[in-house]
Design a protein around this ligand. Structure first.
Ligand SMILES: Cc1cc2nc3c(=O)[nH]c(=O)nc-3n(C[C@H](O)[C@H](O)[C@H](O)COP(=O)(O)OP(=O)(O)OC[C@H]3O[C@@H](n4cnc5c(N)ncnc54)[C@H](O)[C@@H]3O)c2cc1C
Length: 462
């Protein structure tokens, strides 16, 4: 990038909010996936207007720009594939408006998700989407990935809470989409287009979110199984029985052992699988729902059904689930974490399929995830330096995606397509849908400068 552009960027952002030294680029060259590309410049935005000026400059000079929250993404979304500028959002982290009476909060996109919840909780409200990364990921990153979480089963995912977005479009225009009202049908539902857009259509600068009242009571329990299939069938049966727990998380034996070795969270090392289940609501209804859950779990031959005796015991179990990924990461040098998702009734087939694939390709796998959402995280534990194992892993991943599609599911439930899943997207969506996505991108970003190379490739000339 030429010196004139760097001078102009310094004028826009200020000298304390720009990095240009090579060694400073390393921290912004990767996320929680496997691709690394060094940017040429990193800038830290503090205002929407700065981002608008940045995009006008980028368009004039034809420089790629990659938005970045905290870089916790699991699909390579914030990696600057074509170098250029990384735009870091985490210094735009203010709460702009908190309106408990209307159960709304408006924040800058770089605010950490857990800060939103902390603010809401102070007045008896809460922000339901709680990804495992809630304490470090940004709300802008959550919106861009349509992040899910442990409470997704009952409360939905990020898209269910986005009321308004302020967005800088690729050519620098600033738009405000959505409305604070409960209902709103004036114009297209355009804000939804940007939820899950992985930073390729616009830069989210502020977000207005809906909040909910904190439920009066929570009941938590750990169901312990001797077979994976029984645990998966219990999930399907609980849903089919009309019960909607707020949380229903699955962990297999590899994951349980990894967690216990990482941190003692009170999980049974000898169980083939556990389900961490929570019901919430008014005291009696939460209790009654948990009783119905227990009946289904026992019907599926659970060895034990242990209700958490107090908040401390509950927090310990949930802590186990939250550290699952870090724990699995300590088992082998590398891991490949997927998030293929199916409808809940197909979960037993999905679990069987994952075990079969891992066995055939002789790869160690840990399975955990948001089972109540049909969203498992089969995690292949590997050593990327072992070329032969990598070849086997690539074939296994391919089969895994095909399995999800064959079962009527999706190749990503929450982590997004990013870089590595790009080759598999057309198989799920078909050619006509891919053309529509490309047309939308082309309309908003005719030069393909905003986060190029993510979700799908654009033809060289378009
Ligand atoms: C331990 C761990 C647990 C996790 N658990 C979950 C989970 O339970 N559920 C889940 O869904 N995900 C989970 N994730 C994945 C990740 O945390 C989420 O995808 C999160 O939403 C990413 O937020 P971020 O701020 O780190 O964004 P980044 O990783 O920096 O960016 C993610 C994508 O969003 C784009 N982006 C970021 N900010 C903006 C913005 N302001 N405007 C436009 N585009 C933007 C980037 O370009 C990129 O494409 C987990 C990750 C880890 C490491």
């Amino acid at each position: 990038m030429n010196a004139r552009c760097i001078t102009e960027l310094t004028l826009i952002f200020g000298k304390d909010h720009i990095l240009t030294e090579l060694e400073d680029m390393i921290a912004y060259s990767y996320d929680a996936a496997h691709v690394e590309v060094l940017p040429e410049v990193v800038v830290f935005a503090r205002t929407t207007e700065q981002i608008s000026q940045l995009m006008r400059l980028a368009y004039r000079e034809k420089i790629p720009v990659t938005p970045r929250g905290q870089g916790s993404g699991l699909s390579g979304g914030s990696v600057p594939l074509q170098r250029g500028i990384v735009l870091v959002m985490d210094r735009m982290n203010s709460i702009l408006d908190f309106d408990p009476a209307n159960r709304l909060i408006t924040v800058e996109a770089g605010l950490t998700t857990s800060e939103i919840d902390r603010t809401a909780v102070s007045t008896g409200l809460f922000y339901p989407p709680d990804p495992g990364s809630v304490s470090f990921s940004t709300i802008g990153g959550n919106v861009a990935e349509n992040a899910g979480g442990l409470r997704g089963l009952k409360y939905g995912v990020t898209k269910d809470y986005v009321k308004m977005l302020e967005i800088v479009l690729p050519k620098g225009d600033i738009v405000r989409l959505g409305n604070r009202c409960v209902k709103h049908v004036a114009g297209l539902n355009a804000e939804s287009l940007f939820v899950g857009s992985e930073g390729i259509l616009g830069i989210i600068t502020t977000v207005t979110l809906a909040l909910l009242p904190i439920p009066e009571h929570r009941e938590s329990a750990l169901a312990i199984f001797d077979t994976l299939e029984n645990a998966a069938q219990a999930v399907a049966d609980i849903i089919a029985a009309g019960v909607t727990p707020s949380t229903m998380e699955f962990m297999d034996n590899t994951t349980i052992k990894a967690i216990q070795n990482f941190k003692d969270c009170g999980l049974p090392r000898d169980a083939e699988a556990v389900l961490l289940i929570e019901t919430d609501g008014e005291f009696h209804s939460a209790q009654a729902e948990m009783a119905r859950v227990e009946a289904q779990v026992k019907k599926n031959s659970a060895r034990q059904f242990n209700r958490a005796r107090d908040a401390e015991e509950r927090d310990r179990l949930f802590e186990g689930r939250r550290v699952a990924l870090n724990a699995l990461a300590s088992v082998k040098p590398n891991l490949i974490l997927e998030d293929a998702t199916v409808v809940r009734s197909r979960l037993p087939e999905m679990v069987r399929g994952i075990i079969d694939i891992a066995a055939r390709y002789r790869i160690m796998v840990g399975i955990f995830g948001h089972a109540g959402d049909g969203n498992l995280h089969p995690t292949f534990l590997i050593d990327m330096k072992d070329r032969e194992e990598m070849v086997r892993t690539e074939s296994a991943v391919k089969e895994l995606f095909q399995l999800a599609i064959d079962l009527g599911g999706t190749i990503s439930g929450e982590h997004g397509i990013g870089i590595e899943k790009k080759p598999f997207l057309e198989n799920q969506l078909g050619e006509a849908s891919m053309n529509l996505l490309r047309d939308i991108k082309r309309t908003l970003d005719p030069e393909n400068l905003l986060n190029p190379g993510k979700i799908f490739d654009m033809p060289a000339i378009y």
